[in-house]
Write a protein that binds this ligand. Structure first.
Ligand SMILES: NC(=O)c1ccc[n+]([C@@H]2O[C@H](COP(=O)([O-])OP(=O)(O)OC[C@H]3O[C@@H](n4cnc5c(N)ncnc54)[C@H](O)[C@@H]3O)[C@@H](O)[C@H]2O)c1
Length: 341
């Protein structure tokens, strides 16, 4: 079998630690070259992994010779590369955050088949997410009444690199980190619409540092209220909390994090869903779109991501994180960021 030839633009930390090990260990994928505007980075990855590094001002010409471009630069510099891939008919894997409005999202997708453009929302493959998905599908605790997501970690590190530059990062901690969980909430509820109803945000020129916002999902079960608190200034009681008719469910959304089921009245933990015991229990349904593959480690999630993407390309079937499947995530970011920029 011919391997998919992948050209990588952006030789940063995420490519070094997670994309390259996954791509190089799959039989379906291989690396044609790696390019970075900082040649020190591309030549370092070239030595580490024994892959060709492109030198020169631009990868424009070399893109002609690949099947897929992995675009792992910061958000703010991606557009010319997306346009070039569209022009050349090349498939595209793009890092998150993908877009900050529905319009921008649709414009990027234009001209790409559903299987030929993916966003790396690899957390959709986490085992904890599969468990939550199983609960949503089999309904052991009744109807979902509301959702709450909390991510608050006080950090004195400050912003370094692209994340302190809104032109490059597109936003602050919500865009850079929490957008994964926003995506997961939409994914597991099967929402068809999202609307931000209220927000309070401490931000500096579009970089959010502490935000509380309420939203409303339109789902097959009706309207579901969703509240979020996302901060780099406060330590909070972190987790994803699902309030069902007959139980409270919570999870830290780490790959192999346990899912706790609590009594609604007392808050006492009644059940800890984790590990193989669950396979024949509430999560027996494979998670939508992920063919039942579940990652217990971050690297496994990247591996599954690339495996699914390659299979989608070969069979011409949309992969589980096709850009077409996460339009609402961009719509939600639009609602959250609309008045901050
Ligand atoms: N999906 C995930 O789980 C996940 C995890 C971490 C990071 N990310 C995303 O991946 C992207 C990269 O993150 P990172 O941590 O690797 O950042 P990084 O700063 O380590 O790497 C970014 C690289 O892009 C290069 N670059 C910048 N502008 C460029 C240009 N115009 N042309 C070519 N190269 C350019 C930089 O020189 C740098 O080497 C970000 O958008 C980030 O949000 C996604």
């Amino acid at each position: 079998m011919e391997k998919l030839k992948i050209g990588i633009i952006g030789a940063g930390a995420i490519v070094e630690t997670t994309h390259l090990p996954a791509i190089l260990s799959l039989p379906e994928t291989g690396v044609a070259w790696v390019y970075d505007k900082n040649e020190t980075r591309s030549s370092m990855l070239s030595s580490m992994y024994g892959i060709p590094a492109l030198t020169g001002a631009s990868p424009d010409k070399a893109l002609k010779d690949v099947d897929v471009c992995l675009l792992a630069t910061p958000y703010g510099v991606r557009k010319p590369y997306i346009d070039r891939c569209r022009e050349l008919g090349k498939a595209l894997v793009i890092e998150k955050p993908f877009a900050f409005s529905e319009q921008e999202h649709k414009a990027y997708c234009q001209g790409f088949k559903e299987w030929a453009i993916a966003v790396n929302f690899q957390r959709r493959f986490y085992r904890s997410v599969a468990i939550l998905n199983g609960i949503m599908q089999t309904r052991p605790f009744g109807r979902l009444r509301s959702l709450r997501f909390v991510q608050g970690n006080f950090t004195l590190k400050g912003g370094s690199g692209f994340i302190s530059n809104v032109g490059l990062a597109g936003g602050g901690v919500i865009a850079e980190s929490a957008s994964h969980i926003l995506d997961i909430m939409l994914f597991i509820t099967g929402a068809s619409k999202v609307r931000v109803t209220q927000k309070k945000c401490l931000h500096v020129a579009g970089l959010d540092y502490d935000t509380e916002f309420d939203s409303e999902f339109t789902t097959p079960d009706g309207l579901i209220p969703v509240s979020c608190a996302i901060s780099t200034l406060r330590n909070l009681d972190n987790g994803l909390y699902l309030d069902f008719e007959n139980a409270l469910v919570s999870c830290d959304v780490s790959p192999d994090g346990a899912v706790f089921v609590r009594d609604r009245q007392s808050g006492r933990v009644e059940l800890e869903l984790q590990g193989e015991a669950l396979a024949g229990n509430v999560a027996s349904q494979p998670p939508a779109g992920s063919a039942g593959l579940q990652a217990r480690r971050i690297n496994e999630a990247f591996f599954i991501f690339w495996q699914q993407f390659a299979e989608g390309m070969l069979k011409q079937k949309p992969n589980a994180t096709s850009a077409y499947s996460c339009l609402l995530t961009s719509a939600w970011l639009e609602g959250v960021y609309s008045t901050l920029k």
